[in-house]
Design a protein around this ligand. Structure first.
Ligand SMILES: Nc1ncnc2c1ncn2[C@@H]1O[C@H](COP(=O)(O)OP(=O)(O)OP(=O)(O)O)[C@@H](O)[C@H]1O
Length: 576
């Protein structure tokens, strides 16, 4: 309940820039309700002009009919304007909230993206935002007009006849009870439906991303089972939600019939005793139908609104996620970096109950080449995550050029590192734009020079559109090796003083691999480099090799020293 209130408060905040439009929309809703409710009065008056055969006041009747047509036209135009305004506000709101959510994504720690399904995050930003705004405005408009119709109908009925009004009021508690029951139950079920739908998006997204792996392991049937399970869960949730909506229909129809019958009988009795004209009877019967309409629609309205609230709550939860802590001092930059790095007594683990890096110490001099080797899961990538401040250490310090990396801005740390990982990231843009990603104002000559240095120029030139070739989303129209060469060219252009390289282990042909190797070597000259190394040549030429096991540096030295030690490294080498 408290959460609902909070969500409502935030929705109102979101709507506040569009206050004026909302007021106009509400005024139009009032016009619609008034003109609609005026029609039965006019109908009654029209009926009363027809007294008996040969006794019809045609002049009065035609005036009333013209007025009725005007009222209908006003209703239609107002309805159109209201829908246009509401849709306009909805689109603006979608834009605003999506911007907020996307902006937030940039400020979230990497751990959030690492530990949440990408599909679910996408679902929040795309589907939930749409459903939220659409449902909210449609539901709100209907709710408002419905409530107004109920109140005004009672008032009008009261002016026509007190007894008929009393009949309607007597049945109202039952109508409220039914509506209340539906409202209470729908939220729960629609929330669960929305969550399960998001989970399913997550599964589909994961499946598409890992399709080749799934096929490689012939895991299709297991993945399918997983999907079926989630599909079934969604079916159950949807069915529960629909079940409640389905109860609503017969229940509200029953209330309608009661109101109608009550008004008809009371009206007929009053009419034969002369306390009500035939025209008035026609009016009150029409009002009996109008009155129950909002109760009939309640299930739809509540569903819209509750679903919209559920979606809003999920989007707000993303927007409220804890951001990375701001930089300690946003004016303290890491500058004039030669590449001296000192790691002292660093402790870190992702899951605080599972120890990983413990008492890590390292002293790297400018220009040194550090190879990080070790079995999978030993913490190689973790060291890189800590150096780049993607994750913060639990204790200990990392200093670059004597400056603690926690005292300077993250941006200035990252600007000093060039990173080429196995999992290359290219954007859906031209090759030229991709290379110039870190230096958008680079001239074509600079881009070409960087590509030549990265040994990427020759393959780029062979592409049909050369440097203007558009890289597809995820870079699928390029080979893994070509993608990595582009990433190297990107770093060549930015020339940072330190490098982080993750050598590719697979899916690269020998020619390209040789090119990458040469490009890596060229890049590393004079730059402090941390290489998650898989190639023996890189490891042998390293100034220092860190042998990691279970988050600890178990051996450290150059190739010769480590071989002489005849320890874990020696065994690793012999195993190759
Ligand atoms: N984002 C994360 N959240 C939680 N645990 C993680 C995360 N990333 C890695 N781990 C865990 O931390 C440990 C070290 O992982 P890390 O990725 O540093 O190993 P690695 O040596 O780079 O392995 P590989 O050679 O397979 O890439 C592993 O047990 C891994 O499961």
């Amino acid at each position: 309940m408290k959460n609902n209130k909070n969500t409502l408060k935030r929705i109102l905040n979101l709507l506040s820039p569009y206050k004026l439009r909302m007021v106009v929309s509400l005024l139009l809703a009032v016009v619609i309700v008034l003109t609609t409710l005026y029609l039965p009065i006019l109908t009654g008056r029209a009926v009363d002009t027809i007294v008996s055969k040969g006794n019809v006041d045609f002049i009065k009747l035609s005036k009333i009919v013209i007025l009725m047509i005007i009222m209908m036209a006003v209703t239609a135009v107002s309805q159109w304007c209201m829908t246009a305004i509401n849709n306009g506000v909805a689109y603006h709101m979608v834009r605003d909230i999506r911007n907020q959510a996307f902006k937030k994504l940039m400020k979230l720690p990497i751990s959030y993206v690492d530990s949440n399904s990408h599909g679910e995050i996408i679902n929040k930003i795309i589907n939930d935002v749409d459903q939220f705004s659409e449902g909210l405005l449609m539901g709100f408009a209907q709710f408002f007009t419905g409530a107004l119709t109920i109140v005004l109908t009672i008032i009008i009925l009261f002016t026509i006849n007190v007894y008929v009004t009393l009949v309607v009021l007597l049945v109202t508690p039952l109508a409220v009870l039914v509506a209340g029951f539906i409202a209470k139950n729908t939220y729960k079920h629609f929330k669960s439906q929305s969550e399960r739908r998001a989970r399913m998006t997550g599964i589909v997204d994961e499946m598409i991303a890992g399709l080749s792996t799934v096929k490689n392991f012939t895991m299709e049937s297991r993945v399918e089972d997983n999907f079926k399970e989630s599909d079934e869960a969604l079916r159950v949730a949807s069915q529960n939600a629909i079940f409640i909506s389905a109860i609503a229909f017969p229940a509200t129809r029953f209330v309608n019939a009661l109101v109608y019958a009550g008004v008809a009988i009371a009206g007929a009795l009053l009419s034969i005793t002369g306390k009500m004209s035939v025209g008035q009877l026609a009016s009150v019967l029409s009002y009996a139908t109008q009155y129950t309409k909002p109760f009939n629609e309640i299930s739809g309205v509540v569903t819209e609104l509750q679903n919209s609230f559920a979606c809003a709550a999920r989007v707000f939860a993303l927007i409220d996620e804890k951001e990375i802590l701001p930089d300690k001092d946003s004016n303290n930059f890491l500058k004039d970096v030669d590449g001296n790095v000192e790691i002292s007594h660093v402790y870190f683990s992702y899951d605080k109950s599972k120890k990983l890096i413990e008492d890590l110490n390292l002293d790297v001099k400018a220009g040194q080449r550090i190879a990080i080797v070790g079995p999978t899961g030993s913490g190689k990538s973790t060291i890189i995550n800590l150096l780049m401040r993607f994750y913060d250490v639990d204790s200990g310090s990392i200093k670059i050029e004597g400056k603690n990396i926690y005292d300077v801005t993250r941006k200035s740390i990252r600007e000093n590192f060039g990173m080429v990982l196995q999992e290359t990231w290219l954007k859906n843009a031209t090759i030229r734009e991709n290379i110039a990603f870190g230096k958008p104002d680079a001239s074509f000559e600079e881009v070409e020079k960087a590509a030549k240095e990265a040994y990427a120029d020759s393959f780029i030139k062979r592409l049909p559109d050369g440097y203007d070739t558009v890289v597809s989303e995820g870079g699928e129209n390029l080979s893994a090796g070509q993608r990595q060469l582009l990433c190297i060219a990107r770093i060549m252009l930015a020339i940072p003083p330190m490098l982080i390289l993750d050598e590719a282990t697979s899916s690269i042909d020998t020619m390209t691999e040789a090119r990458i190797s040469k490009a890596f070597d060229k890049m590393m000259v004079g730059r402090t480099s941390f290489v998650v190394a898989h190639r023996l040549s890189t490891i042998r030429n390293a100034d220092m090799i860190l042998v990691l096991k279970d988050g600890h540096i178990i051996e450290q030295g150059n190739h010769k020293e480590l071989m002489d030690m005849k320890g874990f490294y020696y065994e690793l080498n012999n195993a190759v």
